[in-house]
Design a protein around this ligand. Structure first.
Ligand code: PSU
Ligand code: MN
Length: 300
């Protein structure tokens, strides 16, 4: 296909059945401030390499789906930040046909990973059903993608800016398994607890890889959510987070922020309200997810 450009290192790894881990780029442009976003993106790649896997950060650059970015491309996305187009499924055709540059969300990264033949993808948090969705209809396209695209996503659970209960119901309806890595409880991104259960507790990367193999071998199309709790030392206080999220949601309502701007707005507000504490935790959990994803990829 003319629209996809896979880095030679990634092509070679896939051909040789070596482990490859896909990474998204909206987390770089819209999820974290410069220069921490750049440092983190490079560190995440380094962690994956330490685990013996090949990282493939994904973005749309000058009208091509790039699978595997060079350091200067990661730097570019990090510096441009929100000027880059946040690209989910519906945005891909416009960005490509206009030869633009876009950072891929979980949904768009899954699409690109599947096109390239990558099965495992690591990120921070997935999109979900927003609070108040019965009025606003704001449900992330990430959930529909998980319903149909054969890529497993390692994340730190579901962020409490979202409605966790409704997100789990949606995933159940769509047949998407939600696995907890060494936990029964769904983690809530900055915190290890949420009050909600995962579908199944998994003890090892190998056990997870076997489940993925069976799912896809039996023709059960769609993704899997692998929820990996933030390391204890970097978890944030639940009460502080609860308050910050409530304030962020109130600020969003007041500012009338809707659609694709909602998630980046809420992420930035939460960071501001926790005086940057949330950013440290965010970085640590992403690194932790990259490590687990690489370990799973070794068995795939
Ligand atoms: N959650 C985070 N950090 C992020 C995102 C979500 O904690 O950076 C990004 C991901 O790229 C995700 C996207 O796919 O936001 C979801 O956006 P929306 O809700 O507009 O679908
Ligand atoms: Mn949305």
């Amino acid at each position: 296909m003319n629209y996809i450009d896979i880095k030679p290192e990634v092509v070679e790894a896939l051909q040789n059945k070596q482990p490859v881990v896909a990474l998204e780029s909206t987390i770089i442009s819209h999820g974290m401030p410069y220069p921490k976003n750049m440092e983190t993106a490079l560190q995440v790649e380094a962690v994956i390499r330490e685990e013996g896997a090949v990282p493939a950060t994904i973005a749309l650059i000058d009208g091509k789906i790039k699978v595997g970015l060079h350091q200067n491309e990661i730097q570019y996305l990090a510096k441009k930040g929100r000027e880059v187009i946040k690209t989910s499924r519906r945005d891909i055709p416009y960005v490509l046909s206009h030869k633009l540059t876009g950072a891929t969300t979980v949904a768009a990264t899954m699409i690109a990973a599947e096109l390239a033949g990558i099965k495992i993808f690591a990120t921070g948090g997935i999109g979900g059903v927003h609070r108040g969705a019965s009025e606003t209809f704001d449900i992330s396209a990430d959930l529909q993608e998980l319903a149909k695209t054969n890529v497993a996503v390692v994340c730190a659970g579901i962020k409490s800016i979202l409605d966790l209960g409704l997100t789990l119901e949606y995933l159940e309806t769509m047949g998407v398994p939600v696995l907890g890595y060494q936990t029964d409880e769904l983690p809530a991104f900055y915190t290890r607890k949420s009050g909600f259960k995962v579908d199944y507790k998994m003890k090892s990367p190998q056990e997870i890889a076997e489940l993925l193999q069976v799912k896809w071998a039996t023709g059960l199309n769609g993704g899997v959510v692998i929820a990996n709790p933030v390391p204890e030392a970097h978890a944030l206080d639940e009460q502080i987070m609860k308050k910050a999220i409530e304030q962020a949601l109130a600020a969003q309502q007041k500012a009338g922020i809707k659609g694709k701007d909602s998630t980046p707005f809420l992420l930035a507000k939460v960071k501001e309200l926790t005086s940057g504490q949330s950013l440290v935790s965010n970085i640590e959990l992403v690194l932790n997810n990259a490590r687990l994803a690489a370990r799973i990829a070794r068995f795939c």
